[in-house]
Design a binder for this molecule. Structure first.
Ligand SMILES: N[C@@H](CCC(=O)N[C@@H](CS)C(=O)NCC(=O)O)C(=O)O
Length: 223
């Protein structure tokens, strides 16, 4: 069987969410790093990371985006080691928490990366190196500058600004304080765990959820 082909980047929280769930489910996969300026694979209609290339049944591939429906499909095709709770009430709560993590926690991730000087300098040095082969120092400096300009420009779309910064940070601190003492939704890893873990890990502040930890970081061999 061919491993599932996933195009993504370790800097993308949604890539990490998907990879965490694939690892937990033990679905064989191959992660290829994408350089958005030099596409090597067919593009999905909406260009987002991660993109999963499903077998189209005719010898080709069918690109798919959006981790939630992708993982719902994988749950149907790979029912072993489910990441959806069996109890429908718990599954509903899990879906709500997953949505909260996908839509709200990524704001904290983006804010903590791009709102302050030292964090910006770190993100500029790290993230451009995760789309292709590692860059030499001069290329990394140029790529870091243009990456930074683009991402800071997007802070307004994400909703991080001088007025909202305190709300984002208070909400994140409240959540992480709560997570230290509360088990998350159900006993084994789930989509909610995968999504929350990925965004929180990407803030590079915390290492929670030991049970998800082994599944959360793409290893070097995969890139
Ligand atoms: N809801 C989507 C979101 C995917 C997403 O926004 N990915 C980011 C990278 S982490 C992206 O590709 N952003 C590029 C863009 O928005 O143009 C999912 O769950 O996969």
């Amino acid at each position: 069987m061919q491993p599932l082909l996933v195009a993504g980047s370790p800097g993308s929280p949604y890539t990490r969410k998907l990879v965490a769930a694939l690892r937990f489910k033990r679905v064989p996969y191959r992660l290829v790093l994408v350089n958005p300026d030099r596409p090597r694979l067919p593009q999905p209609k909406v260009r987002l990371l991660p993109t999963v290339y499903f077998d189209d049944g005719q010898g080709g591939v069918e690109p798919a985006v959006d981790t939630t429906p992708i993982l719902r499909r994988l749950e149907r095709e790979w029912p072993g080691r489910p990441v959806t709770p069996a109890d429908p009430v718990v599954a509903f709560i899990d879906a709500l928490v997953e949505d909260f993590a996908d839509e709200w926690l990524t704001k904290a991730m983006f804010h903590y990366r791009w709102a302050r000087g030292e964090d910006i300098r770190k993100a500029a040095r790290v993230l451009p190196n995760w789309f292709d082969a590692p860059l030499d120092d001069a290329t990394l400096a140029t790529a870091g500058d243009s990456f930074t300009a683009r991402q800071i420009d997007r802070l307004s779309y994400v909703g991080s600004n001088d007025v909202t910064a305190a709300t984002i940070e208070r909400s994140f601190e409240r959540l992480t304080g709560w997570l230290v003492k509360t088990p998350l939704v159900h006993q084994s890893p789930s989509l909610a765990t995968a999504s929350m873990k990925s965004s929180v890990a990407r803030t590079e502040l915390l290492a929670f959820w030991k049970k998800m930890e082994p599944y959360a970081s793409p290893s070097r061999e995969e890139s």
